[in-house]
Design a protein. Structure first.
Lengths: 371, 151
């Protein structure tokens, strides 16, 4: 590491953070130019977990490729699968049964909550509070248990498939989710008491990492990162898929543009997800959980694009088909990749300690960025 | 703006562009040499205001490359897809990182995986691959006997 430390001609210090550093939450490598403690430039170096998933998908069939996509944004794996399934269904022009639609939305929202819980715990830990991490993981565990029962996996679920969902809900599902809602309703207030109004936490967050609305759009930011700057970009509201149109929920936005605004958006989103689940859990329609599809799926020649809202923002799947059983070209528009492009802009002028807070509120998942 | 309005507006603004039919969104084909000016017009013309570049991709058609830009207006909520055909032996197109700043990253990705050169790009380097990597992994004729598993 010693030889990598260097000073520039202007007396600036160039240091490396990562690829193995706890605050990057993965293998992200940042080369930072510092003047004293003030950040002059942040240069992300990617590729430490690049698996070329897009290339891999070109040799996998439309049923197979979905399994790889769980490994991109592993905290929103249901929603990744969902985006891919929607894109294939768009190409095949199949309508999925109402039961499958509701199950998908339930799973998406549970995933969103689990992802935000992990983010909340990890962010608090990044800025120096260790306890919230344990609180967050306690509640996340309940969601993981629910997932394990129905999907058979806790992280890479591969549950949403073209035509519906892989298997019907576990008989205990409804009961367990209701229990979880009751539990989490009180816990989320505890989260607020513990962290949201904490003086130390607020002073680490407020006024840090400002991103204006215009810049957020220009940098292609989406999800809570952009909504913290006041951009209306919730795909669930703008281009509703499945049953989101019939649900009552709010698109949480804040106008602060700083770390605290992004924090408040995610906290609000957890409450909205709770409300969505409450609306659906007692009204899961009976019937099939999967539409009848052919064993081998063939998409017609053409281009298909689907957009879904993951916990981190807009996830897009762009399939170019030549009429075969595998995609000719597939492109994943991952939310983290675009959000990361704004990091340099947000961090300039702040102290090096604030970089950790900024990265924390961007909610980066590195395999999602590297693909 | 509805699809028809957008189409007629674009027809007035960009007489050289051709429309592609049958797609979900309005799709235009542009000449890569004119892309820089067209991008500025699309981004800054009042009424169009395509300020959000949500996807930038490249497709290798073996005979040529196609650059695909997915644009959206966060003000008027219309979507436009712009395509440009590039010569496969010498793929070159102007950068649009001055119109949409996220393009700087996305173009580095396209350079890294396809070898498309973006002229006037502020920092055109490999993004995922290490410096000095041989070849362009997402091209259809890319061979890597060590890292690629063929099924």
């Amino acid at each position: 590491m010693i030889e990598e430390l260097s000073t520039t001609e202007q007396g600036e210090l160039v240091i490396n953070i990562g690829p193995q550093h706890p605050s990057t939450h993965g293998v992200l490598h940042l080369i930072i130019t510092l003047n004293g403690e003030t950040i002059r430039k942040v240069e992300p170096h990617l590729g430490y977990i690049h698996r070329s998933i897009e290339k891999m998908c070109e040799s996998l069939s439309y049923r197979q490729f979905i399994y790889v996509t769980s490994r991109m944004d592993y905290l929103s794996s249901h929603i990744n699968n969902h985006g891919c399934a929607l894109c294939v269904e768009k190409g095949l022009q199949i309508e999925i049964p109402p039961r499958a639609k509701v199950i998908r939305v339930l799973m998406d929202e549970l995933t969103r909550m689990a992802s935000h819980q992990l983010w909340w715990g990890a962010l608090a830990m990044d800025v120096g509070a260790l306890t919230p991490f344990f609180h967050a993981f306690r509640e996340r565990e309940a969601i993981n248990d629910i997932m394990e029962e129905t999907c058979g996996a806790r992280l890479t679920m591969n549950y949403i498939v073209p035509g519906g969902v892989m298997i019907d809900l576990h008989p205990d599902f409804q009961h367990k989710v209701q229990e979880f809602i009751t539990l989490f309703r009180s816990k989320i207030d505890e989260y607020d008491e513990l962290v949201t109004d904490n003086v130390i936490f607020r002073s680490r967050m407020e006024g840090i990492g400002y991103l204006s609305k215009v810049d957020a759009i220009s940098y292609g930011c989406s999800g809570p990162t952009a909504r913290g700057s006041g951009v209306s970009c919730d795909i669930r509201k703008l281009y509703p898929y499945e049953v989101y149109e019939q649900l009552k929920f709010e698109e949480i936005r804040a106008t602060g543009g700083d770390c605290y605004a992004r924090y408040l958006v995610r906290m609000g989103e957890m409450r909205q997800s709770l409300s969505i689940i409450e609306q659906l859990i007692d009204n899961i329609p009976e019937g099939e959980f999967q539409a009848k599809t052919k064993a081998v799926l063939k998409l017609p020649k053409g281009e298909f694009y689907s957009r879904v809202e993951t916990a981190r923002g807009e996830f897009g799947v762009y399939i170019v088909s030549e009429g075969g059983t595998t995609p000719y070209r597939i492109k994943f528009r991952s939310p983290g990749f675009s959000n990361l492009s704004a990091l340099d802009h947000m961090a300039r002028g702040h102290k090096i300690g604030d970089l950790v807070a900024i990265m924390g509120t961007l909610d980066l998942v590195i395999p999602d960025i590297d693909r | 703006m509805t699809k028809e309005e957008l189409k007629s507006r674009l027809g007035e603004l960009l007489p050289s562009a051709t429309f592609e039919e049958g797609a979900e969104w309005t799709t235009i084909m542009v000449d890569p040499s004119a892309w820089k000016d067209i991008a500025r017009q699309l981004r800054f013309t009042p009424g169009l205001d395509l300020d959000y570049l949500f996807c930038l991709s490249c497709v290798d058609w073996k005979t040529h490359f196609t650059m695909v830009y997915h644009l959206e207006s966060t003000i008027h909520r219309h979507i436009l897809v712009v395509k440009a055909k590039l010569d496969r032996s010498d793929p070159e197109i102007a950068t649009v990182s001055d119109c949409w700043r996220t393009a700087e990253f996305h173009e580095r990705e396209a350079y890294d995986l396809f070898g498309v050169r973006f002229t006037d790009h502020p920092d055109l380097r490999r993004l995922f691959m290490t410096e000095g990597w041989n070849g362009w992994p997402l091209r259809k004729d890319y061979e890597d006997p060590v890292n690629m598993i063929k099924l």
